[in-house]
Design a protein around this ligand. Structure first.
Ligand SMILES: [Zn+2]
Length: 406
């Protein structure tokens, strides 16, 4: 691999959509996104890859290798960012994949085809998270309103035609920043995700009665806000009970939950809230744990004094990553004499939909202070370079001559 070439590509792509003091604004389908994709396409052409952009905006660069009829190894990540994101989430994985493939190609070491991908719209938005990778997997189930589709230059036909024939692919590899503090704190350079959490979201709506906040006696109010807060206090008592400090150590239940929105209607300081609604998000690498938690929440909801509903918004199952690919990555780390850690991924990734189609695995590199989705997001040059080296050596085991000689 060429360290300088790789690091300068990370730096240059990190400038496209960067706003000083605010972070990276290279959101899916934006002008900055298209510019970033053109920049990476330019690097792919310079590296003598066959380059194409598919019908939903994903970028592909391909080497045929020596045996072009063999199924390809696909590797990459996403090129879009959250608004105000950092310079490493997603695009580090695309550029690492490019450097690893390019380096093997330049050494004449590629036996089978290798394809580098920069996915569009992993971070959510109108099309939902991991849109680009779900589109290639034929896994886009619900579409937004036609005018939203048209504004993104998309159509049902375009989404359908992005689907890949996975009999022509044999594995997917994705390098990504950890986006959490585990590797950084423990000073371990490489994480090997065992599974990617499933994400389930419910919309909870508590129904009270809006009324005059000054004239309605306290004991006659049907205050939706008050009841929702009581509900959440009881819920979090149960959550703390299930994964309190000493239990978290053992990682018994292995889940997280979040209430990140809370809305009141009609939303006036002088009116008793008639409706309180919030989103409850549950994540775990074990779908039965999510089911158990949802059941507990529903029980609690039914015991409250006001009527309430619990409506499923999204449900993405947990995904187990391929054991033999993970073993290959572990072996590579052992050969390089560097530490690696098997760990779950608490964030969703493009590898989730891909893992439903072909054997898939990920390589995590440390996030400084565990910070991500923030302009402060950082991974040291040393850690990035180690990550690319692990990726390249793993790719060589999968697609290189050495692996096909015996
Ligand atoms: Zn990402």
């Amino acid at each position: 691999m060429n360290n300088q070439r790789f690091l300068s590509s990370v730096e240059s792509l990190g400038q496209i959509g960067w706003e000083d003091g605010k972070g990276l604004y290279r959101t899916a389908f934006s002008e900055a996104f298209v510019k970033g994709r053109e920049f990476v396409a330019g690097l792919m052409k310079e590296a003598r890859m066959d380059v194409r952009v598919d019908s939903v905006g994903n970028l592909f660069g391909r080497y045929e290798g020596n045996n072009k009829n063999a199924p390809a190894v696909l590797l990459g990540s996403h090129l879009d960012s959250v608004p105000g994101g950092g310079k490493y989430d997603g695009h580090l994985g695309v550029l690492s994949a490019l450097e690893a493939a390019r380096s093997l190609h330049e050494r004449g070491a590629l036996f089978c085809p290798v394809e580098v991908v920069g996915f569009n719209a992993e971070e959510g938005g109108d099309m939902g998270g991991t849109f680009g990778s779900r589109a290639v997997c034929g896994d886009v189930k619900s579409l937004p309103a036609p005018e939203v589709l048209a504004s993104l230059n998309l159509s049902a036909e375009k989404i359908a035609s992005a689907k890949l024939d996975f009999s022509k692919y044999r594995a997917y590899l994705e390098l990504h920043i950890e986006q959490g503090p585990v590797l950084w704190r423990r000073k371990i350079p490489i994480g090997i995700p065992t599974a990617i959490v499933g994400i389930t979201r419910y919309l909870i709506t508590m129904e009270g009665q809006a009324n005059h906040a000054g004239t309605t006696p306290m004991d006659e109010r049907k205050d939706a806000m008050k009841e929702a807060v009581k509900l959440l206090a009881r819920w979090y008592d149960q959550v703390d009970e299930m994964c309190g400090a000493e239990k978290a150590e053992k990682n018994e239940k292995n889940f997280v939950c979040n209430v990140g929105t809370f809305a009141l209607e009609p939303g006036s300081a002088s009116v008793i809230p008639g409706v309180a609604s919030f989103a409850l998000e549950l994540r775990s690498t074990d779908d039965t744990v999510v089911k158990m938690l949802a059941g507990k929440f529903r029980e609690l909801l039914q015991s409250m004094a006001l009527p309430a509903s619990m409506e499923l918004m999204i449900s993405k199952p947990a995904v187990t990553l391929d054991e033999s690919l993970r073993a290959l990555i572990r072996d590579t780390c052992r050969e390089m004499k560097i530490a690696s850690l098997d760990m779950p991924s608490g964030a969703g990734h493009d590898a989730s939909p891909l893992a439903m189609k072909i054997p898939s695995a990920m390589i995590f590199v440390p996030s400084t202070d565990g910070i991500s989705h923030n302009l402060e997001e950082n991974t040291s040059n040393g850690d990035m370079l180690l990550g690319v080296e692990v990726l390249e050596k793993t790719l060589e085991k999968l697609a290189g001559y050495t692996s096909h000689r015996s």
